[in-house]
Design a protein around this ligand. Structure first.
Ligand SMILES: Cc1cc2nc3c(=O)[nH]c(=O)nc-3n(C[C@H](O)[C@H](O)[C@H](O)COP(=O)(O)O)c2cc1C
Length: 197
């Protein structure tokens, strides 16, 4: 089996729910499986440390996860129109991979969750692509042949998967949002598979 890394940060669970659907899409391609990983929260107190294993959910990511996987789905809640600091903090530790061009040529995709419909899904998705492009990754979006994109009244963009979680962060993924997450995961795994041939 070849792994595709699904790396995300999620405080309230919405981005984690999207990660599960993307993982399902990845698993639809023969020989491909998702490797789910997260990052620890960052602290305003520099000396504070966290256990190396999270209390629940996906394990914390390592640089080897990025090295070993054939592709990457990167997910973050939208924070002021941008990705969350814990994910950016981890990305800022990947210079050694960048120096060795170890991610260059691998396919990647992005996903996000917001509380409001016009609260910055697209800006977050586009800005999440920037460090991945610096790494030489091949960015994938969602094509409009996924016809859910034509009728969105919640999440769903050509730049990546998205979810409208609502003000209380408690809206479940709609059926269309789930389909688009799975389509993105499947497309990523399919591309990683073809590039690995
Ligand atoms: C510091 C902070 C900034 C946020 N900024 C935005 C924003 O710019 N636009 C938006 O729609 N939601 C914003 N939110 C809400 C989160 O994006 C939203 O609740 C998201 O669904 C949380 O995902 P999670 O359940 O995976 O943690 C913000 C939340 C926090 C805590």
């Amino acid at each position: 089996m070849t792994d595709v890394l699904v790396l995300y940060y999620s405080r309230y669970g919405a981005t984690a729910a999207m990660a599960q659907q993307i993982a399902r899409g990845i698993g639809e391609i023969d020989g491909m499986q998702a490797r789910l990983r997260t990052v620890p929260a960052v602290s305003t107190v520099c000396e504070a440390t966290q256990d190396s294993i999270p209390e629940q959910g996906a394990p914390y990511v390592t640089l080897d996860d990025l090295r070993e996987c054939a592709g990457l789905a990167l997910g973050s809640p939208t924070r002021f129109g941008n990705m969350a600091a814990p994910l950016k903090y981890f990305i800022d530790t990947t210079s050694s991979l960048w120096l060795g061009a170890e991610l260059a040529g691998k396919p990647a995709a992005v996903f996000t969750s917001t509380s409001s419909l016009h609260g910055g899904q697209e800006t977050t998705l586009l800005s999440m692509m920037l460090p991945l492009l610096h790494h030489g990754m091949l960015m994938l979006g969602i094509p409009y042949s996924e016809t859910d994109l034509l009728h969105t009244d919640a999440g769903g963009t050509p730049y990546g998967a998205s979810h409208l979680a609502g003000t209380d962060s408690d809206k479940p993924l709609t059926a269309a949002e789930q389909r688009l997450c799975r389509a993105l995961g499947k497309r990523l795994a399919e591309t990683a598979h073809k590039l690995g041939d």
